[in-house]
Design a protein around this ligand. Structure first.
Ligand SMILES: Cc1cc2nc3c(=O)[nH]c(=O)nc-3n(C[C@H](O)[C@H](O)[C@H](O)COP(=O)(O)OP(=O)(O)OC[C@H]3O[C@@H](n4cnc5c(N)ncnc54)[C@H](O)[C@@H]3O)c2cc1C
Length: 320
């Protein structure tokens, strides 16, 4: 189904929404990888009320998925069926200190901005967000973390809408956090969160943020088209070590490459398709399995449909 057909099917059900609809929206313009096919319709709700009205209006058999800043997403070349929601900066991008140690923030705020708000307020514990290029919604879903801190250590409660547009407020325990994972129901769209830090002087916070930035600049290809860490660290070892030992540092398929600088980062060297990137990732998984018997799990979220004739078997180990 393409965007025009989808909207025609819905008739005037969506009349009155204030957000922006983009038909056949190129996800290569949205994701950090700068690759992948179009979403049938990209919807950017004006605010939480508009999002709830949208979710109530769209019949449940039509898929609705969520994209944040797109720094952890690999979109397949066939694109994404149905609606993709992206929270607007205006309606969901604010953050303010609500007590000497707590911040309430909208889910589209970039992590870097959240770190800056915490610095201004003299609230410690948010410096790690200075180095993560995503937004708060993605951080809440992925339990994003760095420099020994994870999102779960900061979350007090999260506001979310379900597929029917009903509001939920989830406690930290209800978010069901584990390493780079939340067990919160998949259909939930997080709209804002109350976050907990601790009082700290601004000089210390600034120094921590500078250290985060310096570390990134030296060990990660942060100016490339990438999705960050491709695979989760397996128990007892680091994904990059296993990728390296299996001889995959710098490995290239089409325009996709395992970064020579940080070999758990996959990069689009300029012409990579979603297929190139996913095929490269599965090839690395297969080689690591063969070399060390370890099954690497993707950290990057792969979404959408394959282009016809370009399907990839998950974990194509046995074929190679
Ligand atoms: C250079 C680079 C460095 C990185 N370094 C790190 C790092 O140190 N630590 C780390 O943890 N990650 C890192 N990442 C990965 C990425 O930045 C994080 O996972 C980030 O939290 C993703 O946020 P996003 O807004 O880009 O989410 P997206 O990539 O857009 O989406 C990720 C997932 O979150 C879901 N999602 C997004 N917004 C919402 C919402 N509002 N409600 C519900 N679900 C939502 C999406 O559906 C998807 O499943 C890095 C990425 C890059 C490119």
């Amino acid at each position: 189904m393409n965007g025009a057909i989808l909207l025609e099917r819905l008739g005037d059900r969506l009349a009155g929404l204030r957000g922006r609809m983009t038909l056949d929206a190129g996800m290569d313009k949205v994701t950090w990888f700068r690759a992948g096919g179009p979403a049938d319709v990209l919807f950017q709700p004006a605010d939480e009320e508009d999002l709830a009205a949208f979710l109530r209006a769209v019949p449940e058999d039509i898929p609705v998925s969520m994209v944040g800043i797109g720094s952890n997403l690999l979109v397949r070349d066939g694109g994404i069926r149905g609606f993709v929601v992206r929270l607007s900066a205006k309606g969901f991008g604010q953050a303010e200190a609500v007590s000497p140690t707590q911040i309430r923030a909208g889910a589209s705020i970039p992590d870097k901005r959240l770190a800056a708000v915490a610095l201004e307020a003299g609230i410690g514990g948010f410096h790690f967000y200075h180095g993560i290029p995503g937004g708060l919604g993605g951080a809440l879903r992925m339990n994003a973390g760095a420099n020994g801190v994870e999102t779960r250590e900061r979350v007090v409660e999260v506001r979310a809408l379900d597929r029917r547009g009903e509001l939920h407020v989830l406690s930290n325990a209800e978010m069901g956090y584990a390493y780079r994972h939340s067990d919160a129901p998949k259909d939930l769209i997080f709209t804002s969160a109350l976050m907990q830090g601790y009082a700290e002087d601004r000089t210390t916070i600034q120094a921590d943020m500078d250290a985060v930035q310096h570390h990134r600049e030296t060990v990660q290809p942060i100016r490339e088209k990438t999705g960050g860490s491709t695979f989760k660290n397996p128990p007892g070892t680091s994904a990059w070590k296993e990728v390296d030992k299996a001889g995959c540092r710098g490995l290239m398929i089409g325009g996709a490459q395992m970064s020579p600088m940080h070999c758990n980062f996959m990069i689009n060297t300029g012409t990579a398709t979603g297929y190139d990137l996913e095929f490269l990732g599965e090839t690395v998984r297969a080689r690591v399995l063969e070399h060390s018997g370890i099954r690497l799990d993707w950290e990057i979220k792969r979404v959408g449909t394959f282009r016809a004739g370009h399907e990839i078997d998950p974990f194509l180990g046995q074929m190679l």
